[in-house]
Write a protein that binds this ligand. Structure first.
Ligand code: ZN
Length: 264
């Protein structure tokens, strides 16, 4: 017990020093607040194949813009629900969200097509669950990897209980959704660039799809993507179209399953 306490203390002192050095080095940068870990100060920029994203990562917990928005949306949508009685299916599970989802929900299953560190290896287009198995499905940045995404959305709607919820965000990187002729390895195999119209694909399967965007939450939480997209298409992103503006909002769609089954 003493050893664990000591190692936690040493770890937290190191973390405090690291964050202090980061704050000093970047004292001119804008300051934000992380809604997940409550860190206050400048955020780190991210250097990706698609370009530099300013103010992207919380230096304390590592959350990116999308994690902070998804966290805020989940908190708002689930705050009046008895989540400890709920079963969640976490698809392509981010280690980042594991502690939060395990604390929040009474039961959590993890699934992925290829990864070995999940509970169930599944093809999202043909899920091995009977209808109405889960209260909630969380699949972030998954559908842009699947060519037959309509089949996947149909399966997700099938396995939800009446009144269940699906959180299905995708990266919004186009004015209008564009299908790629081939998966792009520099975008982790994306087969399309989704735009805000992408969420219309969910509507045939869910009677209600609520869209929560960066504009719905205080700016201090920094849920926008600060990225120069006028440079697209690039060699690494040949299928992306240029977008104006230096700041782009993100959206988390929350899909509501029918409250009662048809004929049930
Ligand atoms: Zn944080």
């Amino acid at each position: 017990m003493t050893t664990r306490f000591q190692s936690r203390s040493v770890g937290s002192v190191r973390q405090s020093l690291r964050l202090l050095r980061f704050r000093i080095r970047h004292f001119r940068k804008r300051r934000f607040t992380c809604p997940i870990c409550d860190y206050r100060g400048p955020f780190e920029d991210a250097d990706r194949d698609t370009g530099i994203r300013l103010h992207a990562r919380c230096p304390a917990c590592g959350s990116m813009e999308r994690h902070r928005l998804q966290f805020l949306v989940m908190k708002r949508v689930l705050e009046d629900k008895k989540t400890l009685r709920m079963r969640v299916l976490h698809i392509a599970p981010e280690p980042f969200f594991q502690p939060a989802l395990e604390t929040l929900f009474g039961h959590r299953d993890t699934a992925d097509l290829e990864r070995m560190d999940v509970g169930i290896r599944v093809d999202l287009c043909g899920l091995p669950f009977t209808g109405g198995t889960y209260d909630c499905v969380f699949a972030s940045h998954v559908l842009e990897h699947i060519r037959d995404d309509i089949a996947a959305v149909r399966e997700i709607s099938r396995i939800l209980k009446p009144g269940g919820l699906a959180f299905l965000p995708v990266p919004l990187v186009a004015e209008k959704t564009t299908e790629y002729p081939a998966p792009n390895p520099f975008e982790s195999g994306h087969v399309r660039a989704p735009g805000p119209d992408y969420f219309d694909r969910f509507r045939p399967f869910f009677p209600k799809v609520d869209l929560y965007s960066s504009t719905h939450f205080p700016e201090r939480y920094q849920t926008y993507e600060y990225e120069d997209r006028t440079v697209w298409p690039t060699e690494r992103c040949p299928y992306r179209s240029p977008m104006e503006g230096e700041r782009h909002l993100d959206i988390v769609p929350v899909c509501h399953a029918p409250v009662s089954c048809p004929g049930g």
